[in-house]
Design a protein around this ligand. Structure first.
Ligand SMILES: [Zn+2]
Length: 55
């Protein structure tokens, strides 16, 4: 068993209900808010944080 330590967790804030959570998954575009199930655009957040390059 390989345990991979992922230090790329980012804070995500839902634009609808303002819920904030740590996300460390692999999704590049959208994640679902655990509280209200709204789709949150994670790509925009990553570009803002400088984790990925915007077009
Ligand atoms: Zn929400």
């Amino acid at each position: 068993m390989v345990i991979k330590i992922d230090d790329s967790k980012i804070k995500i804030k839902c634009q609808k209900c303002d819920y904030v959570w740590d996300y460390g998954g692999k999704s590049e575009y959208y994640v679902t808010c655990p509280r209200c199930h709204t789709l949150v655009n994670i790509r925009k957040i990553k570009i803002k944080l400088g984790l990925i390059k915007g077009e």
